[in-house]
Design a protein around this ligand. Structure first.
Ligand code: SAH
Length: 284
């Protein structure tokens, strides 16, 4: 099976379409949770917030500083950061629907004066050079055409010494079977992912984009995927079927469409072994 590579336009359409259902299905965070161990008693939402906290604790920002959130989703991480710290946050997402949901979230939290959202392509950020003190990119680079271009663009809008913190799923081994390669291609198509890189590209990528690496950590074993194991995808598919969410009037899938979609989702348990990288760096 081969698929066309997702463009930013495809990604925008995808997130516009799932913006509301993702809130119902995944909670408000569109990223993995961090679990201290396989039996840690935590809800998915708490674990996802814990991942946000783990990442933002590396930002090194002081009161009054400006943080850019690249690929901000529906704004829960940005709002959470502004609740914890007295900073300004600007989030960008390629999805207009997400901008509206995120803006409403900031207003509801009483933070509209310090947290704002814009629809923009991270490959061409609409900001001046050196206009931010720190930048965050939580599980967003995987949808973008080219990591080097985006990281250079982030470096451009950061002031020298400004911190970058990101999380990115990676492949742990470049040697994968044809079957796994096909499942990976279907995963790209289903979730509008452009590329999951091998784990070892990061040190050079960070260097080549104008940063110095401060931390590189594969926390794959602490994420949802390992807590649930590969069966997590089947559990998600079964849960969706039993809840009737996708065939409800709100989401409007026909039973046949749901069957096809859930079969593809279940097959993702055959994905190649993935790590989950946390990266911290600062602009040279
Ligand atoms: N960081 C958020 C959302 C992660 S989902 C969270 O943790 O909750 C991926 C996000 O990346 C979405 O908001 C999507 O719109 C954004 N994104 C993908 N490609 C983009 C691009 N080219 N420019 C800007 N945002 C993009």
């Amino acid at each position: 099976m081969s698929h066309d590579t997702a463009t930013p336009g495809d990604v925008a359409t995808f997130y516009d379409r799932i913006a509301h259902s993702a809130e119902d299905i995944m909670g408000n965070n569109l990223h993995m949770g961090y679990w201290s161990g396989p039996d840690a008693p935590t809800t998915v939402e708490d674990a996802a917030d814990r991942m946000t906290d783990l990442l933002t604790s590396e930002l090194g920002v002081a009161d009054g500083q400006r943080v850019l959130d690249v690929g901000c989703g529906t704004g829960r991480p940005a709002v959470r950061l502004a609740q914890a710290r007295d900073v300004y946050v600007v989030g960008v997402t390629i999805s207009r629907v997400q901008v509206d949901l995120a803006s409403a979230r900031a207003t509801a939290a009483g933070l509209a004066d310090r947290v704002g959202f814009q629809c923009a392509d991270a490959m061409r950020l609409p900001f001046r050079d050196s206009s931010f003190d720190a930048a965050l990119a939580i599980e967003s680079l995987l949808h973008m055409p080219d990591r080097l271009t985006v990281l250079r663009e982030i470096a451009r809008v950061l002031r020298p010494g400004g911190h970058l913190v990101l999380s990115d799923p990676v492949l742990r081994s470049p040697d994968i079977t044809d079957e796994k390669r096909e499942v990976l291609a279907d995963y790209y198509d289903l979730l509008k992912v452009v590329h999951i890189p091998p784990i070892d590209v990061y040190p050079k990528l960070i260097r080549d984009s104008g940063f110095r690496l401060d931390m590189l950590r594969d926390v794959g074993e602490h994420t949802d995927r390992y807590k649930l194991g590969p069966r997590g995808w089947s559990l998600l598919a079964e849960g969706l079927r039993h809840s009737g969410t996708l065939t409800s009037e709100k989401y409007g899938m026909t039973p046949a469409e749901q069957d096809t979609f859930l079969a593809r989702l279940k097959r993702l348990e055959k994905l190649p072994d993935q790590g989950y990288l946390l990266v911290a760096a600062h602009k040279v």
